[in-house]
Design a protein around this ligand. Structure first.
Ligand code: SAM
Ligand code: DTB
Ligand code: SF4
Length: 329
């Protein structure tokens, strides 16, 4: 237990310096090995040094271009090569996007996140997405898009349109990555994140837990995210939503406490980042979600749909917030 790194015992005075320290995989693994009560206590301490522990950020997702994707991500309902029942659709018209964003705002979301099933955007597609970003921003919402890998100049165009966040997940550790995706590389993802940063956009990047990876892979993913300089402002931790027809349809679900440990490790190693309890919430009992908030998650996807799968109804989340005394921000 003495192997716990210095950065775990953050005080307000040391936290700025600690944030620039690199995390080793062994240090993150040592966090995972702590007794659960100690781990959650440390995560909650770090959380309270950096955030109001009763406040949760809410983002609503919309799939603006669904299905027919060229890539082979083994978890994804939108890859054209798997028979998942998700049909290819055209890019949504602007008025539908605006209506969905207005509805999300009326329900209390602070950020609107638009996803497209692309390897990356073509220039003519990007022009349509920048129109969407401008319109959503004009409603007074924070904006986020997730469009796949970017080419030079595209991040700048998005920034110019008023985009706040670009989501691009590392998904998993580099050494497990080849068992999940072969059509683009882990290094391509790091490259896109670099372009997003360079353009002055905020970075949203996290991964998926429960794809059959080992704890060491989970620790390596968290270390790599924490060692991005600076770390992502937003870190979505997705629990795999098993999709029939994909290679991951029958992967055994991850133990709940291992998922909570992952949230805590993200919180401790990325003290100033929003950690989002992301996909998989629909299958989680309220008590597990509360444990994730206690372990330092302070953001959720809000609204009854993620991209192609379900998410708890907004009213159910409102009721849960009420029970837990959580305030949306
Ligand atoms: N096509 C773009 C890309 O891959 O970056 C954007 C959309 S993609 C669906 C966004 C992210 O959603 C993926 O990187 C993955 O982390 C997450 N995701 C997709 N399907 C998932 C599933 N079945 N369970 C959990 N997370 C999933
Ligand atoms: C993220 O990390 N998770 C979101 C968002 N970023 C784009 C997507 C989750 C997708 C879950 C499966 C689906 O609905 O298709
Ligand atoms: Fe395509 Fe993105 Fe799904 Fe991969 S995760 S198959 S890139 S939509």
């Amino acid at each position: 237990m003495n192997a716990i790194p210095q950065a775990v015992t953050l005080t307000p005075e040391t936290s700025a310096a600690a944030r620039t320290a690199r995390w080793t995989i062994a240090e993150i693994e040592a966090l995972y090995q702590l007794p659960l009560m100690d781990l959650i206590y440390r995560a909650q301490q770090v959380h309270r040094e950096n955030f109001n522990a009763n406040e949760i950020q809410r983002s609503t997702l919309l799939s603006v271009k669904t299905g027919g994707c060229s890539e082979d991500c083994g978890y994804c309902s939108q890859a054209a090569r798997y028979s998942t029942g998700t049909e290819r659709e055209a890019l949504l018209p602007l008025d539908e996007v605006i209506a969905a964003a207005q509805a999300a705002k009326d329900k209390g979301a602070s950020r609107f996140c638009m996803g497209a099933a692309w390897r990356g955007p073509k220039d003519k597609d990007l022009a349509k997405v920048t129109e969407m970003v401008r319109a959503v921003k004009a409603l007074g919402l924070q904006t986020c898009v997730t469009l796949g890998m970017l080419k030079e100049g595209q991040a700048e165009e998005l920034k110019e349109a008023g985009l706040d966040y670009y989501n691009h997940n590392l998904d998993t550790d580099a050494s497990f990555y080849g068992q999940v995706i072969t059509t683009h590389k882990h290094a391509d993802r790091i490259d896109t994140l670099g372009q997003v940063r360079e353009a002055g956009l905020k970075v949203c990047s996290g991964g998926i837990i429960g794809m059959g990876e080992a704890r060491r892979n989970r620790a390596a993913l968290i270390a790599q995210l924490a060692n991005l300089n600076p770390p992502p402002e937003s870190v979505p931790i997705n629990n795999l939503v098993p999709i029939p027809g994909t290679p991951m349809a029958d992967v055994a679900p991850i133990d709940h406490f291992e998922f909570v440990r992952t949230i805590a490790a993200a919180r401790i190693s990325m003290p100033a980042s929003f950690v989002r309890l992301s996909a998989g919430r629909q299958a989680m009992p309220e008590e597990l979600q509360a444990l994730c908030f206690l372990a330092g998650a302070n953001s959720i996807f809000y609204g009854d749909k993620l991209l192609t799968t379900g998410n708890p109804e907004a009213d159910r989340d409102e009721a849960l917030f009420e029970k837990l005394g959580l305030r949306p921000i």
